[in-house]
Design a protein around this ligand. Sequence first.
Ligand code: HEM
Ligand code: HEM
Length: 182
Amino acid sequence: MAAERYDGVQKSLHWLIALLIFCAFGLIWYINSLPLSPLKFKLYSYHKWIGISVLILFTARLIWRVRHGTPGALPGQPAWQAKAADGAHHLLYLLMATVPLLGWAMSSAKGFPVVLFGVLPLPDFVPKSEVLGEVLEQAHEIVAYTMLVLIGLHVAAALKHHFIDRDTTLKRMLPCKHNTQE
Ligand code: HEM
Ligand code: HEM
């Protein structure tokens, strides 16, 4: 289903999820620099809560997208470019779900179940196993950095549209209202 522009819900979810993902990276890098301490364990929990929040918001975003559609390509945009953007967006959606799911699975396998916001215990959906925990840790890290690279390309493409092509690709994702046909 095609919509004319990104609506307020799509924009809010896009920017909120982006912010949370950047926080998840920033926090884990900070955690890695800390010696073992109660603070380090507390911050691991925050990293997990941020990640699970991304998963929840991702689900809401996916449902909204299926029901309300997206604006699609700008008029005059080359077909290859529209296809590439579509492919990259689908891949970003896939990674937005896979990264937190792998983190959750890793925590379960390592025997550190997630208690969301310190109050809601989440079920373990993989068995407790040291070997599986190590494999999932590697997978979580590799897939997370793959997502970071794709986000880098995504941001570069958005900035190229804005500053070089001077079209409305970025503007139609920004909070204020803009004419998408510009
Ligand atoms: C958008 C969501 C997430 C992102 C972007 C993310 C990113 C990362 C990255 C990049 C690392 C590796 C850091 C490094 O060593 O260089 C990491 C480690 C970790 N993540 Fe996540 N993560 C997310 C969600 C989650 C979730 C949902 C959980 C658990 C419920 C989780 C649990 C962990 C744990 C426990 C580690 C440390 C692993 C270890 O060193 O033993 N993450 N995360
Ligand atoms: C964690 C970071 C980010 C993720 C995971 C992400 C993901 C996505 C996804 C999946 C879409 C497609 C939306 C849809 O069609 O349903 C999208 C659109 C868009 N994003 Fe991001 N994004 C991130 C950060 C950013 C940043 C920092 C910028 C700005 C520099 C940006 C600019 C845009 C723009 C302009 C669009 C609309 C593209 C179009 O209309 O063709 N994104 N983003």
